[in-house]
Ligand binder design. Structure first.
Ligand code: FEO
Ligand code: CA
Ligand code: CA
Ligand code: CA
Length: 596
C-alpha cells in the first residue's frame, strides 16, 4: 500500500504529442489564449501597433520584444487574488530580421550595414520590461491598456545603483561621475518575485550590446565587447573605447516595485555582476533572506546571496533594504554529494588587492573572476534556479554545454559534448538556506533516453513525448510541483528534434524524474516565463522569438526567417503581420487546477 501511494502521479493530464509546426499546442482539455503581443499598447496613450510604421517613441509605450520572465503580482498588493494582478514581463532582446522590413536573413555583420540610428533606437525601446494590469473575466484573461499601473522600462529608463559597488570608481562614466545611476536595463532574462512583492529582474548577456571600432577586439571575462548589436555606432556609451566603465553598470539584479509606476528601478550590486538568470528568494528560518541565482555561460557558476538583516513581515520599506547588505556565495559541487558555498568577501580566501580586488565593490563588479579564484564548480550553463517551498529542495536548470571535453567532466556535469542539459537538486541541511554546506544530487539528465549514446536519465515511466533537452526556465506551483520549460536554441534539431515546450516533472517518490509534455511552441520559438496564478488555475507562459531559432535547419522551411517571409506568422497569421513574441494564458476548460 505504501508503494502504491508513493507511485501516485502528481499530474493527470494527457500529454501533447511532440513535433514542430507553425503554431502552439496545449494538452487536451486546456485553453491557451494569447494575452498580449509585441507592439500591443501598454502605457495609456500608446498607438496601435503598425509594423510598417514603427518608431522608438511608439515602442517605448508598447509591449516590448522577446518576452522572457513572467511574474504575477496580485491586486491588491499583499493579497492572493488569483484573477487580478500585475504581470511583470522581461523583454530580453531583439531580432531585427523579423522585426523590421528589408533587413534580410543575413549574418550579423551584413545586417549592421542596414541598421540605422532610427532602427537602433526602436531596439533600445523594445528592451527592458513591462508591467501590465491583467484580469480574468468569465474565465478569460485580458489586459487593461488604460491601467494606471502599466509601465514600460526600456534601455533608456533611468535606474539607480545601490549596494557596495555604488559610487565605485569602476562605475563612473563621463555622464554619471557619481557612479550611482545608469540609463536602462538590458537582456533581462529569468527573474523572481520577492516575498515583499517586488520584481527581481536579471540582466543576462549585456556584453552583446558593447561595441568596439576594432574589427576583432579581445573580449574580457564577461565577453565585453560582444558586438552582437551596433548600438555603439550611434550611442557613445555602448562604445568601450569611449566609455570603458559603462559595461560595469550592466549585469546586475534589478529590483522594481510593480505597484508604483513611478518607482526608479534599482540595480542591487550586493548580488554580484554576472550573466544573471533567476533570482529566487527564500525567507530562511532565522529570518534572513537567501537569493539563488545562475550565471548562464558555459563553465560558469551557481550563486546565492544571504542577507545580513532579517525579513520583517509587513515592513516593506525595511525589506526593500535587504538586498543591499549581505554575503554573496558561489557553489562547489563535490563528487561525494556535498556542496560548499564559498563566500565572495574582500580580504578572505585570496580576494585581496594583490589579486586584483581593491575592495568589496571590485569583488562584486568582477564576481566571475573572484569565483574563479575560489575554485567554484564550472557548470553546464546555469539558468533558472527555483526553491520548492513544500520540500525545501532547490532545482538548478543546466541547459547544455557542447564545449565540455571528456577531461573536463565532473560529478555534476557528467557528459562531454553535452547538447541536452541536466537538472541538479540541492538540499539545505534542516531547511537552512543560509548554511554553508548543502548536499546535492541529479534529478534528471536531458536527451532521448532510448539512445544509449546520449546518456539521458528520466524515470522509465516517461513517454516518447515526455523526455526533453535543454531545461532553461522553471516554476514550482503552489502545491510544490515542478514545471520545466526548454530552450534548445539553434541546435534544437540535434538536441531533440522537438519544438520547445512546458514539461511537468515528478520530483518525489517512485515516479521521481518522470516528465510529461504539457505545451509546445511554434517553430523557431523558445518557451519562457512559466508563472502560476495563486490558485494554480492559470499558467502564464511566454513564447519568445517565434520563427527564428534553427528554422534554416528545419527541412520544411530550410532558410532564415525575414520580416517578409517568416517561418510562421504566429500568433496573428495575417499577411504582412510579422511573427510576434507573446504571452499566453493557459486555463483548464473545466476551470480546474492546471495539471490535475
Ligand atoms: Fe536568456 Fe540564459 O537565457
Ligand atoms: Ca533563460
Ligand atoms: Ca522561474
Ligand atoms: Ca533562454
Amino acid at each position: 500500500e505504501a508503494a502504491a501511494e508513493a507511485a501516485k502521479p502528481s499530474f493527470t493530464f494527457s500529454e501533447v504529442s511532440f513535433g514542430v509546426d507553425e503554431t502552439h499546442h496545449v494538452a487536451p482539455g486546456y485553453s491557451a489564449d494569447v494575452l498580449i503581443r509585441w507592439g500591443d499598447p501598454v502605457v495609456p496613450g500608446a498607438p496601435a501597433f503598425d509594423p510598417l510604421k514603427q518608431s522608438a517613441a511608439s515602442q517605448a509605450l508598447q509591449f516590448g520584444y522577446n518576452n522572457d520572465y513572467l511574474g504575477f503580482a496580485p491586486l491588491p498588493r499583499g493579497s492572493k487574488t488569483p484573477d487580478h494582478g500585475l504581470l511583470c514581463v522581461n523583454h530580453e532582446y531583439t531580432d531585427e530580421e523579423v522585426m523590421f522590413p528589408g533587413l534580410g536573413g543575413e549574418q550579423q555583420e551584413a545586417k549592421f550595414v542596414k541598421m540605422t540610428k532610427e532602427l537602433v533606437d526602436i531596439e533600445i525601446a523594445a528592451h527592458g520590461g513591462s508591467v501590465v494590469e491583467v484580469k480574468k473575466v468569465g474565465g478569460k484573461w485580458t489586459y487593461d491598456p488604460a491601467s494606471k499601473y502599466n509601465r514600460r522600462i526600456t534601455g533608456e529608463t533611468e535606474c539607480a545603483i545601490s549596494g557596495p559597488a555604488a559610487g565605485h570608481d569602476l562605475m563612473k562614466t563621463s555622464y554619471d561621475p557619481t557612479g550611482t545611476k545608469v540609463r536602462g536595463m538590458l537582456n533581462n532574462c529569468a527573474g523572481g518575485m520577492s516575498p515583499w512583492g517586488t520584481w527581481l529582474t536579471t540582466e543576462e548577456n549585456f556584453n552583446g550590446y558593447f561595441w568596439s571600432d576594432e574589427e576583432k577586439p579581445k573580449a574580457d571575462r564577461y565577453g565585453v565587447p560582444g558586438k552582437w548589436y551596433n548600438w555603439g555606432v550611434y550611442h557613445d556609451r555602448f562604445n568601450v573605447a569611449k566609455e570603458p566603465n559603462e559595461a560595469n553598470r550592466f549585469g546586475w539584479i534589478v529590483e522594481i516595485d510593480p505597484y508604483d509606476p513611478t518607482f526608479t528601478p534599482i540595480k542591487r550590486t550586493a548580488l554580484g555582476r554576472f550573466k544573471h538568470e533567476a533570482c529566487s528568494v527564500a525567507v530562511n528560518k532565522d529570518g534572513r533572506v537567501v537569493a539563488y541565482m545562475g550565471d548562464d555561460e558555459r563553465f560558469d557558476y551557481v550563486y546565492k546571496f544571504v542577507s545580513a538583516k532579517k525579513y520583517v513581515e509587513g515592513d516593506r520599506a525595511h525589506n526593500m533594504t535587504l538586498l543591499d547588505d549581505g554575503v554573496l556565495h558561489v557553489a562547489r559541487y563535490n563528487a561525494d554529494g556535498s556542496l560548499e558555498w564559498l563566500p565572495l568577501v574582500h580580504g578572505q580566501n585570496g580576494l585581496t588587492a594583490d589579486a586584483g580586488f581593491k575592495d568589496q565593490g571590485e569583488v562584486l563588479i568582477k564576481a566571475r573572476l573572484a569565483a574563479d579564484k575560489l575554485g567554484a564548480t564550472k557548470m553546464d550553463r546555469p539558468e533558472d534556479v527555483e526553491v520548492n517551498p513544500k520540500t525545501g529542495a532547490i532545482y538548478v536548470m543546466l541547459t547544455n554545454n557542447s564545449r565540455r571535453k571528456a577531461e573536463q567532466v565532473d560529478a555534476a556535469n557528467e557528459r562531454a559534448g553535452n547538447l541536452w542539459g541536466q537538472v541538479v537538486e540541492m538540499l539545505p541541511p534542516d531547511g537552512d538556506h543560509a548554511a554553508t554546506k548543502f548536499t546535492w544530487n541529479i534529478l534528471l539528465k536531458g536527451g532521448n533516453p532510448k539512445d544509449g549514446a546520449v546518456g539521458a536519465m528520466f524515470n522509465p515511466a516517461t513517454s516518447d513525448n515526455g523526455w526533453f533537452s535543454c531545461p532553461d526556465n522553471c516554476a514550482v506551483d503552489h502545491q510544490g510541483r515542478l514545471w520545466i520549460t526548454t530552450d534548445q536554441g539553434e541546435g534544437w534539431f540535434k538536441a531533440s528534434g522537438k519544438a520547445d515546450g512546458v514539461y511537468a516533472v515528478e520530483t518525489e517518490g517512485a515516479l521521481r524524474g518522470k516528465s510529461m509534455m504539457f505545451f509546445r511552441v511554434p517553430v523557431g520559438a523558445e518557451m519562457c516565463g512559466p508563472e502560476f496564478a495563486p490558485d494554480d488555475k492559470t499558467l502564464f507562459v511566454a513564447v519568445q522569438h517565434p520563427a527564428t531559432d534553427g528554422v534554416d535547419l528545419y527541412k520544411p522551411f530550410g532558410r532564415k526567417s525575414t520580416f517578409e517571409d517568416p517561418a510562421t506568422r504566429w500568433p496573428d497569421f495575417k499577411p504582412n503581420m510579422p511573427p510576434r513574441p507573446s504571452v499566453v494564458a493557459i486555463t483548464k476548460q473545466d476551470a480546474g487546477v492546471i495539471g490535475s
